[in-house]
Every structure is written in C-alpha cells, then in structure tokens.
Design a protein around this ligand. Structure first.
Ligand SMILES: [Zn+2]
Length: 312
C-alpha cells in the first residue's frame, strides 16, 4: 500500500525531532519537501534504524538532502514489485495525480482511497481516547522560580499531541484546605502557567471547581505551586479540563467536524453511558485524540487507547 508524506507529517516529525524514512512505496509531496528543507527534517531513503535487522535496503541508505534526492526510488506501476523496470518517479506520479484531480478524473476521495490514506472502513465517529491525570503547564518565568535560573524541562515521554511531552519534573500544589504532591509538569513551557486538576482535587485543595478549555484562565482560582528551588503564588490558572477532541484540519474535514463543535460520546461496556459537552478542537498541530481525565475514564472503564463513539 502506498504511503503519502505530507507537509503536516513533516511538521509533526520536526516537533518530535525525528527524521522521516521513506521507501519505494512512499510518495513525498512537493510541499512536504519544502517544509522539510525549511525545518531541517531529513528525509532518508531506507528503513528506520531499529528496523535494519528486519529489512535491509543497502542500495538506498543515503540521507536525502533535497527534493531531487527524494526521487531515489521509482514507483513501479507495471507490476506489484515483481522486478520490472520502474515506470515513474514519485514527482511524476504526484504531477499525474494533481492533473487528474484538476481535470475531475478523480475526486479527492478517490485519490485518498487509492493511496490507502483513507480506509474505506473508517467510521468518522469512532475516536481514540487519551486519559490525562492532574498536571501543570509552566511559563518559563515560573519554571525558573520553581527550579532555578535558566532551568529547562527534561522530557520523559511524548504525548499524543505533536510536540507535547511529559517532563521528569513534578511540583506540589498547596490550596487553602490541603496539599497535593507529585503533580507532573507537561512541556513545552507556555506563555502562562495553567494547573489542570481532577474534580476531586478541588475539594482536597479547597478551591472552586471551574471547568475550562485549555488557555481560558480568566476567573479561575489561584493556588500556590511549590518547587525544589522556590514557590509561585498564582492569582489564577486552576481548572478542571473540559472534555475535548483534538484533530487536525484535514482530520476534521475527513470526518465532517468543525472547531468548537459540541458533541457527545457514547461509551459501550459494563460501565458504559454517555458523556455530553465534549468540545472539538481543530488546530494545525492537532492529532485525533479525545481527552478526558482519570476520574471520567475510571467512571466509564476507559483507558488510553480505548475507542469511543461520537454522537452529534
Ligand atoms: Zn487535550
């Protein structure tokens, strides 16, 4: 099955500081090549390093520095890889597809299906779940107050949204009624510190429960954040995260969603039920994932990777 590398894939790879590996079944769009050059992402012809033992592409191992070199492979249109001479370069094929699209010979859907990009069995309403625990996003200023001048976060795990990661660092939250330790810091740093707690945490801390979408901090309660090198007294920024579904513009178009759309989730199983007021968030760096917190997940027996059905 052919694989298409788009500009969006390159942006995602850049955010993960990864190279892109292509083979004879990969089509790299012209825009993707431009973005790769701009962002310094290497497009390498050959298997990923960890796959070497499984699949050797000895003749095709050199890094690809520019668009010409991406065409180190040729697309074989005449057979299913039975060793006949390749017929077209990837660039030629891309040109043909674009022309067929322009002339109305193929629709966008036809092209995506043929490329295997769009699985015909795909149900636009089935989305994967990502479960979030309590966590904190820090501004660089607050990070340095808590951990020391010039401090930088240490990544331990990439999250589902490109560029976002769980850091090694943890802080303590202190509210008027109680304290919660070992609250995970998520990176990268943001323009404003934001604390995302569980509904139950608000009782323990003694702060009002404000359900918000990320970034909407006006009118949220404050809290004291304690780190190994200092303390920050936040005037606002504590929220219980509103349920939301991340997606990219192309995923939204493919599935017929729009930014800000409010949907429900139908959850099957022994502890199944409905979750209402789930907000669709369409962003350039978004990747399909429905974010709920650990309380919601536990109540419905869901875990990261579970599939749920959107009801609109
Ligand atoms: Zn999210």
């Amino acid at each position: 099955m052919k694989r298409l590398v788009s500009a969006k894939d390159v942006v995602a790879a850049a955010a993960r500081h990864e190279d892109i590996y292509v083979d004879e079944n990969t089509i790299v769009t012209a825009q993707a090549k431009d973005v790769a050059r701009e962002k310094g992402v290497r497009i390498t012809c050959g298997p990923k390093p960890e796959e070497h033992a499984v699949k050797e592409h000895a003749a095709c191992e050199k890094p690809v520095a520019d668009h010409a070199a991406v065409e180190c492979h040729k697309v074989d249109l005449t057979s299913e890889g039975k060793g006949t001479e390749p017929a077209l370069t990837a660039a030629e094929l891309e040109h043909l597809i674009a022309a067929a699209f322009e002339k109305g010979i193929w629709t966008k859907d036809d092209i995506e299906s043929l490329l295997g990009k769009k699985e015909s069995a795909i149900d636009p309403n089935i989305v994967p779940v990502g479960v979030s625990g309590r966590h904190i996003h820090l501004s660089q200023h607050d990070l340095e107050t808590l951990f020391g001048k010039g401090y930088e976060l240490t990544k331990v795990k990439d999250l589902s949204q490109p560029g976002q990661f769980a850091a090694k660092e943890c802080v303590t939250l202190a509210g008027p009624k109680g304290v919660i330790q070992k609250v995970r810091v998520l990176g990268p740093v943001r323009s404003q510190t934001q604390v995302e707690v569980l509904a139950g945490d608000t009782f323990k801390l003694g702060v009002p429960q404000e359900i918000r979408l990320s970034g909407h901090l006006e009118g949220t309660p404050g809290i004291t954040v304690i780190g190994p090198k200092g303390t920050v007294v936040l005037p606002e920024g504590v929220m219980v995260a509103a349920r939301h579904i991340h997606m990219s513009p192309s995923q939204a178009a493919e599935r017929g969603f729009h930014d800000g759309q409010v949907v429900s989730l139908k959850i099957c199983g022994e502890r199944g039920g409905m979750l209402d007021n789930v907000i669709v968030r369409v962003t350039e760096t978004g990747n399909l994932d429905c974010h709920i917190d650990t309380e919601e997940a536990n109540a419905f027996h869901l875990k990261t990777g579970s599939k749920v059905q959107v009801v609109r």
